[in-house]
Design a protein around this ligand. Sequence first.
Ligand SMILES: N[C@@H](CCC(=O)N[C@@H](CSCc1ccc([N+](=O)[O-])cc1)C(=O)NCC(=O)O)C(=O)O
Length: 216
Amino acid sequence: MTATITAFAQSPDRGRGLARDMRVRWALEEVGQPYDVRLLSFKAMKQRAHLALQPFGQIPTYEKGDLALFDSGAIVLHLAQRHAGLLPDDANARVRAGAWMFAAVSTMEPPIVEREMARLLESREAWYAPRMAMLEQRVRTRLGQLSAHLGDADWLDGGFSAGDLLLVSVLLRLKGSGLLEEYPNLAAYVARGEARPAYQRAFAAQLAVFEATQAG
Ligand SMILES: N[C@@H](CCC(=O)N[C@@H](CSCc1ccc([N+](=O)[O-])cc1)C(=O)NCC(=O)O)C(=O)O
């Protein structure tokens, strides 16, 4: 039985792979599981049928057999627990990988998203410049701590795990901002993630959706 995920029919990231279906696609490719995609308009995401799957009217969701799941982190965790390839064999190492998954979405992602939303929605406000300086300093604090932890290691804790997958996905939102590039070992870490064949396949698949909308 093939899983079905949901994704934007018209992604606002214009094929840059920043929408959160990308991390589910990547995880599915890492564990070698096939999947179909149900593309949704913004309107369809707010309809009753989708709200039954995702109470906040968002993508992605994951369905397979009698399982229906939302939240990209939960979906990645489910795939990592159900299939080999995203969690180590050692029991304690598996739990530590879970800690990095939570840290990616609850420690690293919030200041990065807050900065991004401010750039998108507040740039005309009189207080934008000082606020942006403060937001960027908050991002630097977390990047500096992560950079110090990672050092010159390839991945966070031994082999590549679901924790790395989520953290690289989060850091990709800073790619080209100059902030990520201030930490060369983090920029290299992200590039290692992007160089993974599974990432490449996932990225190509989500880009094909965007390109199909441009061909019309
Ligand atoms: N916690 C949930 C959050 C899901 C979420 O934020 N989904 C977004 C798309 S990914 C977030 C996203 C959107 C756009 C870009 N971009 O670069 O353009 C990047 C990321 C969504 O459906 N938004 C529509 C809505 O909320 O009504 C999860 O991880 O699954």
